[in-house]
Design a protein around this ligand. Structure first.
Ligand code: ATR
Length: 271
């Protein structure tokens, strides 16, 4: 790779970003296509992240992660969403903002369960944070109901209310909720390496249920392991990461990158 003053700089901003896999993924695709570009991880700590993001004038494009996704949308001159994970520099020097998280989740779901749209009527989302909301919004047009179960009930109610077919399920009623869902999406930190585990009632799932976890460290969470033991369709969190990244790459470069190659590289990076 020959970096010169003409090399276009891309990156991910957030706090923290030290463990981000996006540089491995995006630089792999940049090399695949012989582009004169580079992608870095840039920690951004700021009391005024909107101004700080606008000041990153040297960047041709950015991914934005926690806690700056709302600031990213505000920093842009045009945004398709109030919460953005992609910024693209336009010819006039301003940013346009996009969100590829929801579509990335749907891409991953379609990859792991190609027939999900004919099977899934009732969704259970575990958690009610930003990721839960994004996944719920993406699924909303395609399913009957989306039930949010969250440890903190109030937050579950707020997130459910933001979605037309959103409903609330009590955290202490998970057994019944698992038994009723066609698709379960795990969006909390439970099951992440160094985080608490949870004894999810997977035994009560329907025989054709699909279980997706957005956690990818470890790749096989206890929830996914239990789903596989039961013979259920299990979808890991790397898929959403890769597909949101592929859509980011396409927004910047107009090229659909190779998602299978990205998975190989990320599996090597995680090992
Ligand atoms: P993100 O925006 O990435 O989704 P977040 O907003 O921090 O992250 O949300 C984290 C989710 O994990 C929340 O649903 C949180 O539940 P609370 O709203 O009750 O905090 C959930 N979560 C985190 N730790 C948890 C735990 N030990 N048990 C149950 N839920 C937990």
């Amino acid at each position: 790779m020959n970096i010169t003053a003409a090399t276009k700089v891309y990156g991910i901003v957030g706090d923290p970003v030290g463990h981000s896999l996006s540089p491995v993924m995006q630089n792999g695709w940049i090399a695949d296509h012989g582009l004169d570009a580079i992608y870095v991880a840039l920690q951004l700590k700021s009391e005024d992240p909107v101004t700080a993001i606008r000041a990153l004038t040297g960047f041709a494009g950015l991914n934005v992660t926690v806690p700056h996704k709302e600031a990213a949308a505000k920093a842009a001159a045009r945004s398709e969403t109030p919460v953005a994970n992609v910024l693209r520099r336009e010819d006039d020097g301003t940013f346009s903002a996009f969100n590829t998280d929801g579509a990335g989740f749907l891409d991953s779901l379609t990859e792991g369960a190609p027939d999900w749209r004919s099977k899934v009527r009732r969704v259970l989302i575990l958690g009610a944070g930003g990721a839960a909301l994004g996944v719920g919004q993406a699924l909303s047009p395609y399913v009957d109901t989306i039930h949010f179960a969250n440890r903190t009930a109030e937050r579950g109610e707020q997130t459910a209310a933001a979605i037309p077919n959103g409903r609330v399920t009590r955290w202490d009623d998970l057994e019944r909720a698992f038994g009723h869902a066609d698709l379960i999406v795990q969006t909390t930190t439970l099951g992440m390496a160094d985080q608490p585990e949870m004894d999810w009632p997977v035994a009560l799932c329907r025989p054709n249920a699909i279980i997706a976890d957005i956690v990818y460290r470890p790749l096989e969470t206890p929830l996914l392991a239990a789903a596989r033991v039961r013979g259920l369709t299990a979808i890991d969190g790397l898929g959403m990461l890769i597909h949101q990244g592929a859509r980011s790459f396409e927004i910047w470069f107009g090229i659909k990158p190779d998602v299978a190659k990205a998975r190989q590289r990320l599996l090597a990076a995680l090992a």
